[in-house]
Design a binder for this molecule. Sequence first.
Ligand SMILES: *[C@@H]1O[C@H](CO)[C@@H](O)[C@H](O)[C@H]1NC(C)=O
Ligand SMILES: *[C@@H]1O[C@H](CO)[C@@H](O)[C@H](O)[C@H]1NC(C)=O
Length: 273
Amino acid sequence: MAKTRLACLLTLLSTHCYFTALAVVLKTSDEFPSTDEFSKVELSCLIESISTINPRIEWKKIINNKPSYVYFDKKISGDLENRAVIREPATLVITNATRSDTAKYRCEVTAADDTKSFDEIVIDLVVRVKPVVPKCSVPKSVPFGKTAELSCVEEEGFPKSQYQWFKNNEEIPNDPKTSPKFFNSSYTLNTGTGTLTFTAVRKEDAGDYHCRAKNDAGQAQCAPQNMEVYDIDIVGIVLGVLVVIIVLLCITVGICCAYKQGYCSSPKQTGNK
Ligand SMILES: *[C@@H]1O[C@H](CO)[C@@H](O)[C@H](O)[C@H]1NC(C)=O
Ligand SMILES: *[C@@H]1O[C@H](CO)[C@@H](O)[C@H](O)[C@H]1NC(C)=O
């Protein structure tokens, strides 16, 4: 500051320099800071040039274009009270960030004695949140050749989780064609939604499946669940046997009835006669 002023005098108040000296100008060392939840983070607001001794410094948090005070009248206010401090000259330090701190913040400096007496700078803060254990759904038993859908969801993670599936503790590749082991499998894997879909399950697809949700803050996984693939032929055989039994039952019942009727009607007929 002093240097700038000296330079101004030396260049006999060239207009450019005059403007620089009597203007408040802000800058930041990081416009897009990010941190993990429950950590410390700095919203850097540096004063590059100013002439006013006691500038007014304010911070606002902006959600859906609506500003609310965070620092005003030399006090931290609102949700950040007891969790933030100002570091000279105007940097806002959040000591224990929470997920609700993810927002845009505006540092505003008013310098009454400067010609250009106001400047502001917007900082975009992201607080990363670890995924929680995902809810996983694996069908217990699927008939051979049929479709099967395995799902995996977790809603806490920020940024949004990406998903990986594992079969018998081995990661399933995004594209089965890229692995000799999974080459003939019919699945498609959506890493954004966590859905693993088989269009036609094979015997070889049976196994223990589990899923992992992952983002920049961490990861979490569900316990393995077994998927069994049963042979449709066995079902056919079972059904066939059942049909035979039912037919046999019907015949037996039929014979019984006929016999009973005959038995019952014969005394009647005899009685009539
Ligand atoms: C940060 O805040 C969380 C939740 O309010 C609390 O459990 C944790 O102890 C705090 N951590 C520190 C270092 O203050
Ligand atoms: C995939 O199928 C082809 C043709 O049926 C077969 O020759 C090959 O061995 C199979 N590969 C695996 C890994 O099962």
